[in-house]
Ligand binder design. Sequence first.
Ligand code: GAR
Length: 202
Amino acid sequence: MKHIAVMGSGNGSNFEAIVKWFQDKSVEITCLSDVEDAFILKRAQNLRINHQFLPFEQNFEYFSKNEFDLVVLAGYMKIIPENVLKAMGKVINIHPSLLPAFKGKDAVKKAFLAGVKVSGVTVHYVDCNIDTGKIIAQYPVFIDNSMHFDEFEAEIHEIEHRLYPIVIEKVLEDKIFDFHDLMKSGCSKNKEGGGCDRCGQH
Ligand code: GAR
């Protein structure tokens, strides 16, 4: 049995996707939030997942006493200092752009307003700077000229929810994988027998 901690400060939609992916697998999940009334804690309660409000200042003490195979940041909006990161062990994060482009807050909006034609989602290891750690996986989202911001944002979140659980599983298994594995493992929009939504060819 592996143990992971998922940490978030807000909505928790990635947390919920992770819980659903691992529900029949031997991975125990603990949900932690630095915001007492964050919706992620409500989701954890509804999903019957261990959860607790963990003030930012108490991270060091908590992780010195509680060990996890992996700590997963999912919308955790604070920068974690180096000594705390060391106590946490292996820590990964998801970011809604193709890093190193559009680091920091509001990345989806920044990418859209910049007029990029391809953006996407990145999963990376966490270091003590903002969105700079070693990249583990990326997945693209194409922006058509006719695409509205809301559609783009929805597609980014949809990809996040598919990508993050797969990457977490691979990291827990210590496996190296590449883009083609992601295509095969259900991250892409492949439909049974129908091929890719966009080009119909793979
Ligand atoms: C996600 O889009 C995640 O990529 C982003 O916060 C959102 C959390 O949503 N994280 C960052 O921007 C980190 N720099 P959620 O709470 O619904 O999972």
